[in-house]
Write a protein that binds this ligand. Structure first.
Ligand SMILES: Nc1nc2c(c(=O)[nH]1)N[C@@H](CNc1ccc(C(=O)N[C@@H](CCC(=O)N[C@@H](CCC(=O)N[C@@H](CCC(=O)O)C(=O)O)C(=O)O)C(=O)O)cc1)CN2
Ligand code: MET
Ligand SMILES: [Zn+2]
Length: 754
């Protein structure tokens, strides 16, 4: 028997079927029954793929129409008060996306990934009540296909630990209520089959936990393990080591621990304990976070190291985390360079890898096809190492001879020159860069890529859109304008497409939140920016207005964090090559007369290591590379940066050290508590705290925004404040954008008394 285990599988669909049907449903083009139909088919297809790939432990309840944390909130009946009149899908999607009466629940990043979850809202009055419908239904669906799944649930401690308290009460006072609901659920589950595995995801355990939280572990898993003898409990962690928790878990009656040996190699320190407790180890060795083909020899070496301590009977070979974070399949990538394609494995190829690695490890008889696949794996990996595609001597030399690593002038001097040059006073209004990506823009891009329209036609359409954006911004009286980013498919993919060292897929989508997906570029070799990437578009936009046009770039740290990065060079080195390219772009922009340039670092915070011990090293290279990327900016060029969904309190000094002249940040969904810190540390630079949430279709009123601005002025001097939405507007529709921005400008006028 070759024992193998998939933590979880992606669900958006290899052709993004779920995305499309959800968006059609939200647009009232189809009924909810259509969504259910597509969803069920996707689940069945994904189970079947795994079964065909000979996966032994296949998950159910890893599916979600929007997000698994949100599903857990429904499962536990922890519905915030304002949604109490809603039910079923209206309730579910209102919690996720808001409606005209209720603001959406907060959304934030899932650990260090680009996946976002809906943050549970807890108060001391929250009550919990089991709603097991989804879990049971999905188990039975798989059963109909002849698959006995293991059931995935978010662990009680992670659920509460990631929730936010809306009344400052301690969220963990509810632990026993949550466990009680889970116990009822396990009772129900125990009736589904003779023998069932339940996986509790507890990724929170990879963080540096307070002793108070750790002290909950034992009783939670003692209790859950004792519900029914026919349930075997797995507790799984990922993205880092979880040694403190493992130490406790081995003393509970759980059946197995799942550990990540790719991003948490320190988990090896727990092997003795696991062995002594006779627990089963699900050894996560197939990387769920990157797309390079596994090197089977390395995997077997690692597994053999593990089996020096733990006997093979007690090992199951697994993925390092859910495959949610990698794209579905290489099958549709007809255009990808053949050589580079042979270096890659997406989710469905990883299933095959998992099967082959576990077969070799457990010495199961290999078929002729298996033997050929193993040979090919070896050949492809060796070929990648010696490929001529990877190295670019010119860029390596340029990087070696770099002399300037940061701007020549200090902020205090720069800001004086800038204020004189731009002549803005206070509460200056702007936006974060993108305007709606309309179906027409996408169609235009699609046609151009498919060669059905000429370059001239393509560019004419984009210019028309820029004209429209500029005219609209002038009309409503925004102070600092943007061109709207219509030429970009995505803020990272666009830049990658214009630099050497990146390749692109046609269909390698990864879910980011809800129906939204990204197609992360693949960095396989040295990065070189040969030609300007944005200058012509921004120059064109500037030619259409006498107001200031803000240039728009994506920073090196964000490009790295939202790409699949080569694993044969440290990330810091890859980031440096990108920073060097962006630096050239900044220079070309300022030489073309664009004196205000935003370098987005939306993913700066999410790239933070999960363990405190690794933070300093990351901050050093991340800050250095941001500074390098804007080092060409002259004193009178104003550098903006933007970050979304960030908890800033702990990194405020680092943000300051990035040395941008202005930063715009998300604060709208999390209130002004975020801002206080800027005051406390006497933050020097200028700040645009987003005054409304752009991830919801809801239009905020003038009054609401007036209150928001007034609240900001309470905390920070108005001269230091900019006024803007909290992120780009590309996911919104024009009617919402128009109304919201008009209201925003109006609100500023009211506050300024004009
Ligand atoms: N990389 C990245 N990560 C991020 C963000 C971000 O902007 N980029 N923002 C934050 C929030 N996350 C987000 C993630 C995705 C999107 C988003 O809008 N994604 C689009 C896809 C963007 C894209 O690449 N679009 C392509 C391809 C679009 C497409 O589907 N084309 C159709 C054809 C055109 C059509 O009929 O629509 C097709 O191929 O079938 C393009 O515009 O060219 C989507 O899911 O809808 C927004 C926010 C955090 N992480
Ligand atoms: C996810 S951050 C987005 C920044 C980008 N400039 C935009 O406006 O879309
Ligand atoms: Zn943003």
């Amino acid at each position: 028997m070759s024992k193998n285990y998939v933590i979880g599988y992606p669900r958006i669909g290899e052709k993004r079927e779920l995305k499309k049907v959800l968006e059609d449903y939200w647009a009232k083009k189809v009924d909810f029954s259509e969504v259910e139909y597509v969803a069920e088919n996707l689940r069945k297809r994904h189970w079947t793929y795994q079964k065909e790939a000979k996966i032994e432990y296949i998950a159910s309840n890893d599916f979600s129409l929007y997000d698994n944390m949100l599903d857990t909130t429904i499962l536990l009946g922890a519905i915030p008060q304002r949604f109490k009149d809603l039910k079923d899908q209206e309730l579910y999607f209102a919690m996720a996306r808001g409606n005209q009466d209720c603001v959406a629940m907060e959304m934030t990043k899932w650990f260090n990934t680009n996946y976002h979850y809906i943050v549970p809202e807890i108060s001391k009055d929250t009550t919990f009540k089991l709603n097991s419908k989804k879990v049971i239904k999905e188990y039975k669906e798989a059963q109909e296909l002849g698959i006995n799944t293991k059931i995935n649930l978010i662990g009680a401690i992670t659920y509460l630990g990631l929730s936010k308290s809306i009344d400052n009460s301690d969220v963990f006072v509810h632990i026993s209520s949550v466990v009680k609901v889970y116990k009822e659920l396990l009772e129900e589950i125990s009736k589904l089959n003779e023998n069932i595995v339940v996986q509790f995801d507890e990724p929170l355990f990879v963080k540096d936990l307070e002793p108070k939280v750790l002290s909950l572990l034992k009783s939670v898993y003692d209790e859950l393990s004792n519900v029914s003898p026919n349930i075997r409990i797995v507790v799984t962690t990922y993205f880092e080591h979880s040694n403190e928790a493992t130490k406790i878990l081995v003393n509970t009656p759980i059946w197995a621990v799942g550990l990540d040996f790719i991003h948490g190699s320190k988990n090896c320190d727990s092997l003795d304990l696991i062995k002594n407790s006779n627990k089963v180890l699900i050894a996560g060795v197939i990387d769920g976070r990157n797309i390079w083909k596994s090197n089977f020899e390395d995997k077997l070496n690692l597994l053999n190291e593990i089996s020096k301590v733990i006997s093979k009977e007690n090992i199951i070979v697994g993925t390092s985390c859910s495959l949610l974070h990698v794209p579905f399949t290489l099958s549709y990538e007809e255009k990808l360079d053949g050589e580079i394609k042979s270096w890659l494995a997406f989710a469905s190829e990883k299933l095959k890898e998992l099967n082959l690695v576990s077969k070799q490890f457990f010495e199961v008889k290999l078929s002729l096809e298996n033997i050929a696949d193993i040979e090919k794996n070896k050949k492809d990996n060796n070929q990648r190492k010696v490929s001529t595609k990877i190295h670019n001597q010119k860029i390596q030399e340029e990087i070696r001879s770099l002399k300037q690593f940061e701007r020549a002038d200090k902020f205090q001097d720069r800001i004086k020159v800038q204020r004189e040059f731009f002549k803005y006073d206070y509460l200056t209004t702007t936006t974060i860069g993108s305007f709606p990506q309309t179906p027409e823009i996408r169609e235009n891009r699609k046609n151009y890529k498919a060669n059905t329209i000429s370059k001239e036609q393509y560019e004419a359409e984009i210019k028309k859109y820029i004209d429209y954006c500029v005219a609209f911004q002038e009309e409503i009286g925004l102070d600092i304008l943007v061109h709207g980013e219509p030429e970009r498919n995505d803020m990272v993919e666009y830049f990658g497409e214009l630099m050497d060292g990146f390749v692109f897929t046609q269909n390698a989508w990864v879910q980011s939140y809800g129906s939204r997906c990204v197609k992360p570029p693949l960095i396989y070799g040295d990065v070189n920016r040969e030609n300007p990437m944005t200058v012509e578009w921004i120059k064109y936009a500037q030619s259409k207005t006498s107001k200031v046009m803000k240039g728009m770039l994506t920073g090196p740290v964000t490009i790295i964090n939202w790409s699949f990065v080569r694993d044969d060079l440290p990330r810091s080195e890859v980031a440096k090559q990108i920073a060097h390219g962006i630096c050239k772009e900044v220079d070309d922009l300022q030489n073309a007369g664009i004196k205000m340039i935003q370098v987005d670092e939306a993913a700066f915070k999410e790239g933070y290591p999960l363990r405190v011990e690794n933070i300093k090293a990351y901050e050093n290279w991340a800050v250095d590379n941001f500074r390098l990327s804007v080092s060409s900016a002259k004193a009178d060029t104003q550098i903006h940066t933007h970050m979304c969904y960030s908890e800033f309190n702990d990194i405020i000094k680092t943000i300051e050290a990035m040395d941008a002249d202005v930063i715009s940040i998300e604060t709208a969904r999390s209130g002004n508590r975020l801002l206080k810190i800027f005051k406390e540390v006497a933050y020097k630079q200028e700040i645009g705290p987003g005054i409304y949430d752009i991830h919801s279709p809801r239009v905020p009123s003038v009054e609401e925004m007036v209150n928001q601005i007034k609240a900001l002025i309470e905390v920070l001097p108005k001269e230091q404040l900019w006024i803007n939405p909290d992120c780009g507007l590309k996911t919104r529709k024009w009617p919402e954008v128009k109304e919201s921005l008009k209201n925003m400008v109006e609100a500023v006028k009211i506050v300024k008394n004009i």
